[in-house]
Design a protein around this ligand. Sequence first.
Ligand code: MOS
Length: 745
Amino acid sequence: MMQEEAQTHPQKQMQHRYDGVSKVTGTAKYAAEFTEPFAKKELLYGYVVQSTIPSGTVASIDRTAAEHSSGVIAVMTPFNAPKLPTASGPAAPPARRSVTVLQNADVYYNGQPIAVVVARSLGEAQHAASLLKIRYAEQPAKLEFRKHLDEARMPKSAGKESPTNHRGDIVAGMAKATVVVDETYITPIQNHNPMEPHATIAWWEGDKLNVYDATQYISGSKQTLARQFQIPLDNVRVQCPNTGGGFGSKGSLWSHATLAAMAAKVVGKPVKVVLGREQMFGPVGARPSTVNHIKLGATADGKLVGIEQDVVISSSVMEDFVEHSAGVARMLYDSPTLRISEKMVDQNIGVGTFQRAPGEAPGTAVLEIAMDELAEKLKMDPLQLRLVNYAEKDPSHDRPWTSKHLREAYTQAADRFGWAKRNPQPGMMREGNKLIGYGMGTATYPANRSAAQAVVRILPGGRAFVGSGTQDLGTGMYTMMAQTCADGLGLDPSMVEVKLGDSTLPKAPVSGGSQSTASVTPAVQDAAMQAKLKLGELAIAQQASPLHGLKSGELKAQGGKLVHASGKSDTFAAILERAGNQPVEAMGSAEPGQDRDAYTSQSFGAVFAEVAVDVDTHMVQVRRVVATYDIGTLLNDKTGINQLQGGIVWGVGFALTEETVIDPVYGRVVNENLADYHVPVNADIGTLDVSVLNIPDTKFNPLGARGIGEIGITGAAAAVANAIYNATGKRVRNYPITPDKLMRA
Ligand code: MOS
């Protein structure tokens, strides 16, 4: 057997979410809900005032009426706010999001924070905000991205990926093509819309800063705040026991959190800032729009001979965020030649940021329509075209995968879906006034992993505690920690208490890049093993223990006991009682292996969709999605499949409804609410049939488990788009595929 096929012993799965009861009964606390440790009447409310122009400066703010308004404690503006030490000093980092924390009067987008009113109640703060007399000096704004594509420039900094990537001789490659697809595909700006809005409660104890922060990254919040206020790292404590969704928008610390801490310092009391839903369209990031010119060349047998993708990305004038939508083209198919480019166009809009599968979500959405178009031109089955161009190794790095079983995923999902019944001729499947279509797309997302630490304690009485400074975004981290600790200690998961979301716990990475489970569970596994060994050492040294004199390494933990092959055993509780009822504590850590640059670790999936398109209204209904993923070991069916389903639902929203619309005159987001920014609701989603291959990737980590937070969204939008084409013969290359676009097509 190959090493990657070696079966890791399967964990006993926790059947219910660790935090399920607290979530459904409303006792799970989110950042904005804390009322301690300060006296409740001490807590003040900060309301963020936003600019109403897209570009220019704040000329003046008359605070008089606001300051005299009922309940108002303070009004912070660019003209009276405390200067942050980092914002002006010579060692200041390059001006980033901190420019929007009242350090100057510049306005870069409509909706930018320009003042904070602090009052005894939210209502009083909001009312006082309406009394501010704000004057602006306006400048012309750049607001129409797609009218300025010819101004595209290279990214100021491309991040980890090179903005251009060439493989082979693209001109020679394309010259061999007998069939070419050459089209432009567009994805819009999209906003994250987690259920829980961004929120921070901040209070100071001397020069120590405490925050409850709605975040995906408690140690990131800690580092940023320490840097902004120039205080020692350990003077900042960040707590976040529950995060109500983040999807990337809570991966960075935004202006409201800094403003809450500034306000708390100014008034000397705890200050709570919660963003309203409408305030989340601008100040906390969005997925940029991408315009993708794609050219695919193939020989008559379907073999790709060249891929070109030139991307133009909408950027904020404040800061570049490169949405790498050309990244997928580099690695998904085996083409001998490749040329990609990614450029930016400056706009007076809020900054771009990570959104579920940044790069891969739009990247698969556009490339997988182009592949569908290529298949049609070749008169080849779209699935067959993928198989002909299957990448046996990672073409972007020319190195092997740690594990790849996409072929099996294609086959399984196609069988369950009934792909063989698809009529390749569009418009041939009809039920009454509905046209039925089948479409497919490939899903992919890299497997990431970072160093993480955890602590495990075996407690008097035989229960256990596991802690790690990670986060649970609703993704299942509590459950995974309980399950992994229980597995390591041979306990039922109900015997394990979990703590996360506190920066005083051992450090864990950002819950982004689909890496938390893959990073944190190996650390928990290690900590549990160390704790078990320590408990064994204790027992073998105890005269009264049946295990006395045996070897700790020979003891197995099961059912609340340490057990030896000879049949001798002792309970955790008895061992600890003899030792004076002190907990046994062990730290664990895990980090990516030395040989990580020798391989690429990547997840894949096959997504098939069936749509029904109303011939009169052009409304699209997604009747069913069948998908199979190759994500390594599935550690928990409930939380894992749920993640994949959630990603697919978002893929349907990507395909059909989601778009952030910016007013071309004022620059305000027009649809800054959930009534106008359409995400799918339950009635929009038909049957979801999701499965995983469950083949461990033990070259990636000891549990064989790659992350699954993001791959679900990838490939899904294209599967829907391609199904719409199969139903109607109308190719819409501009997401979302709304009824008006279908009507005109
Ligand atoms: Mo994810 S967009 O990396 O939080």
